[in-house]
Design a protein. Structure first.
Length: 149
C-alpha cells in the first residue's frame, strides 16, 4: 500500500472517529499530494521518495510554525501545530539515533573521499539523498561539520 493510499484510508478513519486534529493534518497531506501530482501532469504518480518529501515538508512547516507560536505566547496554536506534526510524523520512517547517523555519515565521507571542511558540499549532497526521511538536514550538517572539522 502506497503512502497516498494509506493516507486516504486514514482520512476516512479520522472522519469516522471525529478526530479533528488528525483529520486536519491528514487532509493537508492529501492536498499536498494532489498538488504535487498536478505539478507533474494529469497521469502522474508520486514515487515513495516524493511522498516522503511532501510529508517531511509538512512536518517541518508545522514544527516551525509551532516555534513561532511559542515565542509569541500562543499556547493554543502551538499545541495544535505540534499535535498535527506528531500525526504526520507517523508516516515517516523511524529517525536514526545519533550513533547510527554518525556511522552512516562516516561511511559516506569515506565513499566520497572527503578530507577537509571544503568537501562538505560533496558529503552533504550524498548524505541528504541517502538519509532522506531518516535524519534531519540540520543534524546531518552538524555531524558532517564535526567529522570534517
Amino acid at each position: 500500500m502506497s503512502l497516498t493510499e494509506k493516507i486516504s484510508a486514514d482520512l476516512i478513519a479520522a472522519m469516522k472517529a471525529k478526530d479533528t486534529i488528525a483529520l486536519e493534518a491528514i487532509r493537508a497531506a492529501k492536498t499536498a499530494f494532489i498538488l504535487a501530482k498536478s505539478e507533474k501532469g494529469a497521469e502522474a504518480v508520486l514515487s515513495s521518495d516524493e511522498e516522503l518529501k511532501v510529508i517531511q515538508k509538512l512536518v517541518k512547516q508545522r514544527r516551525e510554525s509551532a516555534e513561532i507560536y511559542k515565542q509569541n505566547n500562543r499556547a493554543d496554536l502551538y499545541q495544535k501545530e505540534v499535535a498535527e506534526a506528531d500525526v504526520l510524523e507517523k508516516y515517516l520512517p523511524a529517525k536514526m539515533s545519533e550513533a547510527e547517523l554518525t556511522a552512516a555519515v562516516k561511511s559516506i565521507i569515506e565513499k566520497v573521499g572527503a578530507k577537509s571542511p571544503a568537501d562538505m558540499g560533496k558529503v552533504m549532497g550524498t548524505a541528504t539523498k541517502e538519509l532522506a526521511g531518516k535524519a534531519d538536514g540540520k543534524e546531518i550538517s552538524a555531524i558532517v561539520k564535526k567529522l570534517l572539522g
